[in-house]
Design a binder for this molecule. Structure first.
Ligand code: SAH
Length: 396
């Protein structure tokens, strides 16, 4: 038991018994004892029965659950090792941990791995930790120690929480190594045999978009002999797969100059950089002056809606982007279109894309519905963990 306890209102224990990992502040009858943001609390049903242990925060999500049931463990060394060992074994079983031709994977996907508020991405022999809650931020020393015990050959653990931890809970948080240090050299990872330079210190998020791995493989099936446009390319993941699959040409677009430099660097690691051109430009302005010149277009923008209140505008944004994209696809071409906004469901996304096809005046058929890969698992009890949606359309 923790020193502080939270007792729920009558009937508010049901979702926890189904292992939904969040306790909302409105469900709480009383808080007993002293607890500061990020410390562990024990959660009790109205009658006093222990339901589990979680990290406390004073916001609308008051507790993020770490363990359930009357014997719930306190989050100490053994707890972190067990959770991360389970997470590692899952990825190992998926063939992602470097035994094959992939050594870049998500090791911990927050609620999907029973670790609400924690993201860990592994790049070969370096793990990058991102805490999204005060509880996970405070637990970093435990997490770093558990990673060393669980991931064979780990050389360094980098903490990249400064932009993600709630600012009030960790004022002045700085990114840095929890263990090991920078090698000072370019770090190359392997994804399905393709090589990519990853820079977790200065890159966006943890440095690389691991969640598109399977969708890049699908694109490789369709890329041979096609003229490919990869918009919002970031480090050029889709571009590299298209080049190596034998695309006739590949154009990559991103508004960030740094992203374009990384894309060019990654394209240069293939033997086909002569068929690649990268543009540091706004996607909307780029699409304006193209005329049906691509056989395959990828639209993978950043999340247009971070909150429910922004959902309507996000849907309008997806529609506008897809109108512009669809217009530039040659007849019979393919569109790979994505949304990584958690609050936009597949149903809503499909509606926006349908509206875009109508406005563009181009009949289209759905060939594939896409999502995030298996190392970004979604707990059945926490469907909110699903965020990536994609459609592959054949455009007439
Ligand atoms: N598809 C990428 C990930 C995309 S992340 C991959 O597979 O790795 C989103 C990218 O969109 C970021 O690199 C960001 O710089 C870029 N971006 C955001 N708004 C943009 C705009 N209006 N025009 C061009 N690029 C933009």
């Amino acid at each position: 038991m923790t020193s502080a306890t939270i007792t729920l209102k009558p009937g508010k224990d049901q979702s926890l018994r189904r292992r939904h990992p969040w306790v909302f502040s409105g469900a709480i009858a009383r808080l007993q004892g002293e607890v500061v943001e990020g410390e562990a609390v024990t959660v009790l049903a109205h009658g006093g029965e222990v339901l589990g242990v979680g990290h406390y925060a004073p916001g609308s999500i008051a507790v993020r659950m770490l363990d359930f049931g009357p014997d719930a463990q306190l989050p100490e060394a053994a707890f972190w090792e067990e959770k991360l060992r389970n997470a590692y074994q899952l990825r190992q079983g998926l063939g992602l941990t470097g035994q094959g031709n992939t050594n870049v994977y998500r090791l911990a996907h927050a609620e999907g791995d029973g670790l609400p508020g924690l993201i860990i991405d592994v790049y070969g022999d370096v793990a990058v930790v991102q805490a999204h809650s005060a509880g996970m931020y405070r637990a970093r020393p435990h997490i770093a120690a558990a990673l060393q015990a669980v991931v064979p050959g780990l050389r360094a653990v980098y903490d990249k929480s400064a932009e993600t931890v709630p600012a009030k809970a960790a004022p002045g948080a700085q990114n840095g190594y929890l263990f090991g240090e920078s090698s000072g050299q370019e770090h190359i990872v392997h994804e399905n045999g393709h090589r990519f330079v990853v820079d977790w210190e200065t890159g966006q998020k943890t440095g690389f978009f691991i969640d598109q791995r399977d969708n890049r493989s699908l694109l490789a099936r369709y890329a041979p002999s096609r003229r490919v446009l990869n918009t919002f390319c970031y480090t050029g993941g889709f571009s590299v797969y298209a080049l190596e699959a034998g695309a006739e040409l590949v154009h990559s677009v991103d508004s960030s100059k740094k992203a374009i430099e990384l894309t060019d660097r990654n394209a240069a690691l293939t033997d086909h950089a002569d068929r690649h051109e990268a543009y540091a430009q706004d996607v909307f302005s780029f699409l304006k002056d193209r005329h049906n010149q691509y056989d395959l277009i990828v639209l993978d923008p950043p999340a247009f809606a971070k909150h429910l209140s922004a959902r309507h505008n996000a849907l309008m944004g997806y529609k506008r982007l897809n109108v512009a994209g669809i217009k530039q696809i040659a007849p019979g071409g393919l569109l790979f279109t994505f949304s990584c906004s958690q609050v936009v469901s597949m149903e809503l996304f499909e509606g926006a894309i349908m509206a875009a096809a109508i406005e563009a005046g181009r009949p289209a058929r759905i060939l594939h519905r896409l999502t995030q890969p298996a190392d970004h698992p979604v707990s059945l009890f926490h469907p909110e963990g699903e965020y990536l949606k994609g459609l592959v359309l054949a455009v007439e």
